[in-house]
Design a protein around this ligand. Structure first.
Ligand SMILES: [Zn+2]
Length: 206
């Protein structure tokens, strides 16, 4: 019976997993919003911490309710609330991609974890999985750094040293002192700036 199936699903459905992934997307898209600010302001020598966001056309401050990642842009239909000037779709795309990156890492490493012998969120909540969660946070940091570097390269800019070196040093050193962090992700992270540098070099000096 459809009714019973629906009731079963409502009671036993994967609510905890769904809520965890929704939080992962919200957190990732928030980081994506910050990356938009970093990639826009750092090359201009502006602070990424001080000063709110403004419409590039009319200078009006972006209201906090319009600053919600992805959804703010969708609700405004891609236009400034004050002057109706179009807002680049790059902003919500970057936010959505960062959200999906964190969602994917959490889905693979937390929901797919067998560290406690109990798969999924049961293992996270009731198993010995605090290290799984820590590794997941570390890998999210590496993945979001790689994404940020790619945005600088996309704009044809070198990666600013203070946004490059902390993650490079961590990727090279952390697996030595914390084997659970894994070598593969660290090595992959270290290769990205070299590839981006090579690609950027090819674009600028054909
Ligand atoms: Zn405006």
């Amino acid at each position: 019976m459809l009714h019973e199936t629906l009731t079963d699903w409502l009671i036993a459905g994967p609510w905890a997993e769904t809520i965890l992934l929704a939080f992962a997307f919200a957190f990732g898209s928030g980081v994506g919003s910050f990356l938009n600010v970093v990639v826009h302001r750092v090359p201009q020598g502006q602070s990424v911490v001080f000063g709110g966001s403004h419409c590039p056309s009319c200078g009006a401050a972006i209201r906090s309710r319009d600053n919600v990642p992805v959804f703010g842009w969708l609700l405004l239909r891609g236009r400034c609330r004050d002057c109706r000037a179009p807002i680049s779709s790059r902003y919500p795309v970057v936010e959505a991609l960062a959200g999906l990156i964190v969602t994917a890492v959490v889905a693979i490493e937390v929901l797919g974890s067998t560290a406690s012998g109990r798969r999924g969120i049961d293992g996270l909540l009731f198993g010995e999985s605090s290290e799984t969660l820590a590794v997941c946070v570390y890998h999210c940091w590496l993945a979001l750094s790689v994404f940020g570097w790619t945005l600088f390269a996309w704009d044809g800019r070198d990666i600013p040293p203070r946004w490059l070196w902390p993650t490079v040093v961590a990727a090279a050193l952390v697996p030595w002192i914390w084997p659970a962090a894994g070598w593969a992700t660290g090595v992959a992270t270290l290769l990205v700036p070299l590839v981006l540098k090579g690609v950027g070099h090819c674009v600028r000096c054909p």
